[in-house]
Design a protein. Sequence first.
Length: 703
Amino acid sequence: MKQRFFTLFALVISSMAIAIAGEIDRQALVGRNNPHVQTMDALSSLSVGNGEFAYTVDATGLQSFPAHYAKGVPLGTQSQWAWHCFPNPDNLRREETLVDFDFHHGHKEVYATKAGSSQRSLAAYDWYRENPHRLHLGIIGFDFDSGVSPQSVANIHQTLNLWTGTINSHFSIGKDAYHVATTCHPQLDMIAVKTHTKARTPIAFRFAYPTGAHSDDACDWQKSNLHTTTIVEIDSHHAVLKRQLDATTYYVTVTWQGKAAFNTKGSHYFSLTPADDELCFTALFTREKPQQGNIPDFQATSRLSSAHWKQFWTSGAAVDFSHCSDPRASELERRVVLSQYLLAIQSAGSTPPQETGLTYNSWFGKFHLEMIYWHQAWLPLWNHADLLKRTLKWYHHAEPIAREIAQRQGFNGVRWMKMTDPSAVEAPSNVGSFLIWQQPHLIHLAELVYRTSPSKEFLEEYYPMVEQTATFMADFVTYDKKNKRYTLRGFIPAQETLKADETINAPFELSYWHFALKLAQKWRERMQRPRNRQWDLIISRLSPLAYDEEKRYLAAETAIDTYRDIRFTSDHMAVLGALGILPMNPLVRQEYMQNTLDWVWKNWNWDKTWGWDYPMTAMCAARLGDRDKAVGALLMNNRTNTYLVSGHNYQDERLRLYLPGNGGLLTAIALMCAGWDGCSGRNPGFPDDGTWDVRWEGLHPLP
């Protein structure tokens, strides 16, 4: 009987997920949005990858000019497993970053942050933020003569074929023409390359020590004495390099077809020189030395890549804007198609992604759990729930540490950390340690996966974490006896300009608590367990959103100067997330949210926003029925809403790419096309004046 219920539910959801006005030509849709590069622009690098590994190239199809791109979109080679720690000779301890706080929850709370001003405590804070940091695994590019510069490269015609996952690069240097095909194996951390040039230019393999910097390409070329690169195996068609950086070891296996010579040119500098005009080679990066003879060649890898990407594009959802007459539609389609590719190669791995994916380091290469919603909520909505499942499994590993965090702060359940790495250990922060909006994400994302393919097995796997996540949320609220309501206090909200010791009842967090606790109750019922009475009491008595005399919602109940103080009208306009990311709930009044949206639209400090603020605004507008603003938000002409030729969402000189903006765009598009529970009609987020004939298939509605 249970199985029949799950099957019936799955069929209902599948039928809701299809709204097709004629079958979409997937290959044509993808192909017309292939990126084309014709200059050595530092912001125009392109990448291949598979979610676990990515390799980013310049206009030569390789990493020939990394210095030229270092301040643009850098030429990274990164993997989910590749991390490094600097030595800790002073034995700095995590306990030295812990500080006691009293946020009026009735007990002491211990947070990982700056613990005083002593030299040792500051050193501990810095060390545990910087370590571990993500590694750049190696630069692989043409070994041009010293006189060849980026300006020497002419006649550039480079295309990323999204349908096959291959970058085809054509250029010339002097009289010599070059043709390069670059691809990535869909399962291995390996690139495969074919070059053709009569110049027979060697391929250089160079390796740097990590910088440990907050935001950079992670390559320090001045510390060659602190690491080693050793040839441990070599013959006529392959060479294995062993990399040793302090306690970190990994291997690079280079294989090639035909005649070529592999030579040492420096302590961390090697070259592969072809004997013929054409050279095919692969470079595999592994934690352990691989077995010889099991490495696919270029041709096999190309076939596997083509099959992988065809399956990706045909199995997921598709949105076709080619029938729209609004002149902005083609740009929106470009962003949507490229965002799918970028997120699949950068933000769909076995651990949550960092903001800059696998291209270059930001926040030391660490990832932020409050951003996982923006990176990956789109996946089940676009029929790629399997990719989100791959990442969600990491939460099982993180759960014991999240439980420890809750316990040391005096709470039951698990409190998910904000800034971390594959180990799941919390990085200290003056802001991140006090955020809470990452807490409901596990419940929300698990629900999105379940809705696309309901199964008893998935419920049983994730219910314990759903329950423990909700247990913390219920324990974190405080009861206001005077007003007979539950409040949220002692946290920094998503709008990070507010302070933890001053903020009570930020609107997005209140709505998210209401939404997630209701979902947790639904999960209990699915598991045939009684509803939790305390959760129901909290749901019924959570504080409504605070508003001013103009019936506009405040940044927090305590932020009475919301519309007069720049601190409350900068950064994320998180108030709009209370209805948009989330469905309507009893805490929100539609009229008041419309008033808030209208004011934000005209008066917000848009130059101080982030890439996901635009899709969040669009989602709020769509739920309110304000269709023009929904589209306008996605295409607003602001710096942080810029999308490069590659599709990357540019922010500023520090964050030249920002994948939460891409993920937010795809989530917003799903909402605007497929709608949400209780929504009637097609394309509820697009104007219905005939200019937005958006055709789609395979999308799932939001809750």
